[in-house]
Ligand binder design. Structure first.
Ligand code: ADP
Ligand code: ASP
Ligand code: MG
Length: 403
């Protein structure tokens, strides 16, 4: 007998038929003698629909009320799944995040899990009940509902797996594993039988939405093996674990992120301290800066460019404009018609020439690179958004055409 955490995303619980399908998967694990905790997301596009509903009544609602609203989506699917399991004759109980012990920070909309008090979960499991928990949510120290950021139900599932020392954490979704690129966009994408935490973390952070990046971070920290698999077809998925292969894959995947904007501060004086001033101002407002590029100083000035999340662009420009005169910068320009395309692979650490191959692929489709950033296991380029699908295809062909 094992303790299994199973997470089902929005498309997996989209309607009654899908909920019954999930109930079949869950109860068959239970029938085999396992303890089962299920984490569910809101049905289909519910979260997007709720965001749209909020906009109808208030263009700038408070984050607290947004979380009050968004957390309701998961409540619906948890109750419906519990009812479907009930009808099949199995003991079941559904719990909201706070009932399942999720204690989070206060950052509405992007709260972090501080701890999961698993006592209620354990009590229910001791009664041999299947426990269905709402993903994506918790309670902060003011006793208010919080949400964990878009896609956060994956992280809820891993947090429960950690708290209960689960034997297995399965992330059921609408594709049957992690692929070398988004299989919905790149038909030649290849399914990976396994992938390391580090590579998966990079892919998730760089735009492969199949897993919430914080779920991978947590799984790595507590050494929880994840399986990403389909709720619609049976069969093995992709295992996310410490080391994927004895021989590291050169490249394990290509990812794309469109949620990005480039800001350039033109003509700042070429002297010490300016980068510090610019980036500390942005940090104080919670703006996450990604790729940074600084030109060589010429005629006493230089340009500093960087990328931010798209919805932080306007606020960042506004903030920086307050200081351009004081800093002696001549102008600020920004562009949100950009995409970041990245390759990830643990093997590139020990293999020269990977960047050149990636750039050759881009050149072959006449794609211009605006910015480049690298780490041991990834290379990212910033390009024009209209080039991004071609770019992903070209890069994928280059590295996987014979796979
Ligand atoms: P869920 O609702 O189950 O959480 P998501 O929509 O968040 O599902 O994530 C699954 C989607 O991730 C897939 O439908 C697929 O289009 C997308 N995706 C992006 N990159 C990848 C990849 N490398 N491998 C698999 N799926 C990917
Ligand atoms: N329902 C939330 C979202 O759409 C959380 C999740 O699906 O993981 O982002
Ligand atoms: Mg998801």
């Amino acid at each position: 007998m094992a303790l299994i955490v199973q997470k089902f995303g929005g498309t997996s619980v989209r309607d009654a038929e899908r909920i019954n399908n999930v109930a079949d998967i869950v109860t068959s694990a239970y029938k085999d003698g396992n303890d089962v905790v299920v984490v569910v997301s809101a049905q289909g596009d519910t979260t997007d629909d709720l965001i749209a509903k909020a906009a109808e009544v208030n263009g700038k609602p408070s984050k607290r009320e947004m979380d009050m609203l968004l957390s309701s989506g998961e409540q619906i699917s948890a109750a419906l799944l519990a009812m479907a399991i009930e009808r099949m004759g199995y003991p079941v109980v559904s719990l909201l995040g706070w009932q399942a012990g999720f204690d989070t920070t206060s950052d509405y909309g992007n709260a972090r899990i501080k701890k999961v008090d698993a006592s209620r979960l354990k009590k229910e499991l001791d009664k041999r009940r299947i426990v269905v928990v709402t993903g994506f949510q918790g309670l902060n120290r003011y006793g208010d509902m919080t949400t964990l950021g878009r896609g956060g139900s994956d992280t809820s599932a891993v947090a429960i797996a950690v708290a209960l020392h689960a034997d297995l954490c399965q992330i059921f979704t609408d594709v049957d594993g992690v692929y070398t690129a988004d299989p919905r966009k790149i038909p030649g994408a290849v399914k990976l039988s396994s992938i390391s935490y580090d590579e998966m973390l990079e892919l998730a952070t760089l735009g492969a939405q199949v897993l919430h990046n914080r779920s991978v971070e947590m799984a790595k920290k507590y050494n929880i093996e994840l399986e990403v698999l389909s709720s619609l077809t049976r069969g093995r998925g992709t295992i996310v674990k410490e080391e994927s292969n004895v021989e590291k894959m050169l490249i394990s995947g290509v990812a794309k992120d469109d949620n990005i904007a480039r800001i350039s501060i033109i003509g700042v004086p070429d002297k010490p301290g300016l980068a510090f001033k610019i980036f500390s101002k942005l940090a104080s407002k919670g703006v996450n800066v990604d790729i940074i590029l600084q030109s060589i100083g010429r005629n006493g000035t230089k340009d500093i460019s960087f990328t931010v999340e798209k919805d932080k662009m306007e606020d960042s420009i506004k903030l920086l404009k307050e200081y351009t005169d004081r800093w002696g910068a001549s102008n600020i320009v920004a562009d949100d018609n950009v995409s970041k395309v990245s390759i990830v692979g643990a093997g590139m650490e020990s293999h020269p020439g990977v960047a050149a191959e990636m750039f050759e692929a881009l050149f072959s489709r006449n794609v211009n690179i605006q910015m480049i950033s690298t780490s041991e296991i990834k290379i990212s380029v910033l390009i024009h958004k209209s080039d991004s699908d071609r770019a992903v295809e070209a890069i994928h062909d280059k590295f996987f055409e014979t796979a």
